[in-house]
Design a protein around this ligand. Sequence first.
Ligand SMILES: [Fe+2]
Length: 278
Amino acid sequence: VPAAAWQRAADVRDAVRSFRRHSGKEGLLLRGLPVSSGELPPTPLVAGSVQRAPSVSAAILVALACGIGDPIAYRAEKSGALVHDVVPVPGQEQVQGNVGSVLLTFHSENAFHVHRPDFVLLMCLRADHGGQAGLRAACTRLALPLLSSASRAALASEEFVTAAPPSFGPEMAASRHAVVSGAPDDPDLRVDLAATRPLTARASQALAELGEIFERTARLVLLQPGDLALIDNRVTAHGRAAFRPRYDGGDRWIQRTFVSADLRASRSVRSHDGYVAQ
Ligand SMILES: [Fe+2]
């Protein structure tokens, strides 16, 4: 291995280690990573596509996940695999989820789940044909100072519910939660603008204001092959611009891994202390 490659690996390790502790306002974008040992296969076309065989990109995702915490997966999502393919699927264009291609609204990943991921890693293997499918990220550290104090108070109250997708089963009952919680000067975020339901008039108004501020403060990144975005899911909502898939094997292909900063905290919903939560 050439010395430059070792230096590069050390730089990546240092960047990830520092992001783990201080994730800042911008997220972390690593560029120029290898995505494949040979020619990249066609972009998968089916829902539920995952990586179970070793590959360069999957190895990088899981190695980085272990560097920032532990990988975590969900039994009901992508069959519990640690590395997911995020690809557009024919007939699913309108879905507010990883298979769709319409505008994906701002959300915390798995906002409905008590043990949602702390970090989301998104690695680009292939960009979309039109160069339109930008990743959008809105950080509370930029957005919340712009909120009115009335909305801030409403978001901190347990006046919201976020339902789980039906695949998670009836036991995943939605309970009331706040959208912002924890330290008043640097709170955690829990929201999905497509799924979180406000229970009061003031909660509804606050959610609308938050959405407007996300629109104004969000960063847009057009991921290129070899780019890996690290998102701190505790303080950042993310989404994706609309794009037009062709379903010709050359469509946008992102691989995704979720990370838990404290895997032990979800032990009661992970059988045999594995990486897959219910
Ligand atoms: Fe997401």
